[in-house]
Design a protein around this ligand. Structure first.
Ligand SMILES: CC(C)(COP(=O)(O)OP(=O)(O)OC[C@H]1O[C@@H](n2cnc3c(N)ncnc32)[C@H](O)[C@@H]1OP(=O)(O)O)[C@@H](O)C(=O)NCCC(=O)NCCS
Length: 368
């Protein structure tokens, strides 16, 4: 595969100190990859503010798939008190390629919340990457619409909202397998090429597109009718512990749901195990084929819930919403929108406008 990533500029020199405050014994350092301390802090963090709140497990597997992953570590007297993950990548906006830094997993250790460390991480990241970049650069991240603390920080620093994704939950408590569901690696090279061309047709004009890097054939599945592939989807397993569903009575509702036998099966040990879907497509008018594919995957992977994030401006979004029967859990509050918040350096207004006017692509390499 042709490597046309935009790199360089000394932004990612491992070991760089981005900020030092001797009075508070604070140091903010750029690390290549991630440390065991980082993985522990991320696993202990409860994500969210007022709405859905959850812990997320097994993220190392997702980090390990990101080709150029760095982390920022904020240490106080040597102890990790805050962090941020950063992916150095290139995205497509139509025919243009733009260097982008994807910011993920901003977290401050529970005992150090509200001490200004979140703001420090966000400000120093913007200063280092946007003020320090010699070429065009976009710094972007996803923030759940009800994560008011994190949104407030992003807005205060001048990040713009480029668009949003909405999550769609699909749930079957007793999913049925389907012989027409096939893993892509079991099929011929011609089928893989057909899938790649179909994905390009669906998503090639989307903003933030990184199809060339994020399609992972080893986790890609299709539904075939005869020789024809009518639907395809990438699926990654995820594990969350739900702490609160948000809104009035969210905790109460969660507790009640956990006591309901049929729901308890979806939350073994209180954990929501689900498939995160991406790179989905189906023939126009054949949305039920996509859900048949997902149901077959649920059956094979022994889970009952799948989640797909899509820009509401994507044609597939409306079509899937109109196809109603997505199961009981699709009605509960785990589907607040996720905003795409971005800051730019050296990027002309026409490109920024083009980016905000087209549907946005959500990459499976941008874990949320
Ligand atoms: C988001 C997070 C990193 C902020 O870190 P923090 O160090 O507590 O935040 P700061 O002390 O720098 O405060 C930043 C702003 O958020 C506001 N804020 C902080 N905690 C808040 C709370 N519980 N409710 C409302 N606002 C809050 C502060 O008032 C401050 O705004 P101000 O400067 O205008 O007063 C931290 O809350 C966290 O780790 N949350 C859980 C993980 C998470 O959801 N991360 C975001 C992923 S997108």
């Amino acid at each position: 595969m042709k490597d046309d990533r935009v790199t360089g500029g000394g932004l990612f020199e491992a070991g760089q100190r981005l900020y030092v405050d001797p009075a508070r014994d604070l140091e903010l350092t750029l690390v290549e990859g991630y440390s065991a301390d980082f993985a522990t802090l991320i696993a202990e963090t409860v994500w969210g503010t007022d709405g859905l709140r959850y812990r997320s497990f097994g993220l190392e597997e997702e980090f390990d798939r990101i080709p150029q992953l760095y982390t920022l570590e904020l240490r106080e007297a040597g102890r990790l008190v805050g962090c941020y993950a950063l992916a150095d990548k290139t995205v497509r906006i139509g025919d243009e390629r733009l260097r982008a830094v994807h910011r993920m997993f901003l977290a401050v250790e529970a005992s150090r919340l509200r001490a200004g460390y979140g703001r420090l991480l966000v400000e120093q990241t913007r200063r280092h990457f946007l003020d320090g970049s010699s070429g065009p650069l976009m710094l972007y991240g996803y923030i759940e619409a009800d994560n008011s603390r994190s949104l407030k920080l992003a807005e205060a620093i001048g990040y713009r909202r480029l668009g949003s994704f909405e999550s769609m939950i699909f749930n079957r408590f007793r999913p049925r397998d389907d012989a027409a569901v096939r893993p892509l690696p079991d099929l011929s090279a011609a089928v893989s090429e057909q899938v790649a061309a179909t994905l390009e047709g669906h998503y090639g004009r989307f903003g933030l597109n990184d199809l060339d890097q994020s399609v992972d054939p080893t986790h890609y599945w299709v539904l075939r009718e005869g020789e024809r592939v009518v639907a395809g989807v990438q699926a990654q397993r995820k594990r969350w512990r739900l702490v609160d569903l948000g809104g009035f009575g969210g905790r109460f509702l969660l507790a009640a749901l956990r006591r309901t036998p049929v729901v308890r099966r979806a939350l073994p040990d209180g954990e929501l195990r689900f498939l995160a879907l991406s790179n989905a497509f189906c023939d126009a008018g054949a949305e039920n084929a996509l859900w048949r594919l997902v149901e077959g995957l649920l059956a094979r992977q022994g889970v009952t819930v799948a989640m797909l994030l899509l820009d509401p401006r994507a044609p597939l979004h409306g079509a899937l919403r109109r196809y109603g029967k997505r199961g009981l859990l699709s009605h509960f509050g785990v589907d607040a929108p996720v905003h795409v918040m971005a800051g730019f350096a050296g990027v002309g207004e026409p490109l920024v406008t083009a980016l905000s006017e087209r549907p946005l692509f959500i990459s499976s390499l941008d874990p949320t």
